[in-house]
Design a protein around this ligand. Structure first.
Ligand code: NDP
Length: 239
């Protein structure tokens, strides 16, 4: 019998794409969500439904999940990974940037949870995996809204875990340090971007997306009675 359906948001690049490749290699059918459909389709994974969905659009998320569950059966896990990091100082940053970060990183994550939680509770089985960050545990300069969004992910995860633990649903937070992906490229403040690149070099390299994917797989593949609540991982050289 084929393993159950897993949903991954933000699977068109970086950590999401690496996680999709890895979980697909373990035989899972997948629902992949992101705005760039062609990037999802380019992964060419078997038993996979790709949908161009903006994670902030709750109706679109619900529709895609319903379609995937119709095709592959109930979702056993969701990896709420879609996120943006638009670094900037509160004094200078365009409010549209911090608004977008909170919309995607917080509201989008809640949309993902909302789309699967009732079914998991009813079946008394399931796993919610939320991708946060070390920036969800400590602050960094120029990260006010990003840290705010990721601290929120930690708080949401922990409180949700308490709410659904008695229903045999696991909630796992994955908190990576710096990872080599497209994430930084969307920051519009060139000075902050350059500083970040220099910081990455000084620490002697960062994690690969595959390192985080492997951590997600490890946490998910524990027996259902084992809930790894949080994993924090970073390049060894990151302080
Ligand atoms: P990428 O920029 O490579 O990937 C981000 C993904 O999120 C893309 O697939 C993008 O797809 C998707 N996304 C962004 N906005 C939306 C939206 N509105 N609706 C749907 N999908 C969206 O970065 P990473 O792989 O690094 O980021 C993945 C997660 O890991 C994020 O939550 C990030 O905060 C977190 N993280 C990353 C770290 C790093 O150093 N890279 C460190 C710690 C945590 P598309 O543009 O096609 O919609």
């Amino acid at each position: 019998m084929r393993p159950p359906l897993i949903i991954i948001s933000g699977a068109s690049s970086g950590i999401g794409a690496a996680t999709a490749r890895l979980l697909s290699s373990h035989g899972h059918p997948l629902l992949l969500l992101a705005r760039r459909l062609e990037r999802l389709q380019a992964l060419q994974l078997p038993h996979t439904l790709c949908r161009a969905v903006d994670i902030t659009d709750r109706a679109a998320v619900l529709q895609a999940v319903a379609e995937a569950e119709q095709q592959f059966g109930p979702a056993d896990a969701i990896v709420n990974n879609a996120g943006v990091m638009l670094l900037g100082t509160m004094t200078q940053q365009d409010p549209a940037e911090w608004e977008r970060m909170l919309e995607v990183n917080v509201k989008g994550l809640l949309n993902g949870i909302h789309a699967v939680l009732q079914g998991m509770v009813a079946r008394r089985h399931g796993t919610i995996i939320n991708v946060s960050s070390i920036a969800g545990r400590k602050t960094f300069p120029g990260h006010v809204a990003y840290c705010g969004s990721k601290f929120a992910v930690h708080a949401i995860s922990e409180n949700l875990r308490e709410e659904v633990a008695g229903h045999n649903v696991r909630v796992i937070t994955i908190a990576p340090g710096a990872v080599e992906t497209e994430l930084l490229s969307h920051t519009s403040d060139e000075a902050i971007k350059q500083g970040y690149q220099q910081w990455k070099q000084e620490m002697g390299g960062v994690l690969a997306a595959e390192d985080v994917a492997e951590t997600i797989r490890f946490a998910y593949q524990q027996p259902q009675r084992v809930a790894i609540r949080e994993i924090v991982l970073a390049a060894t050289g990151q302080q």
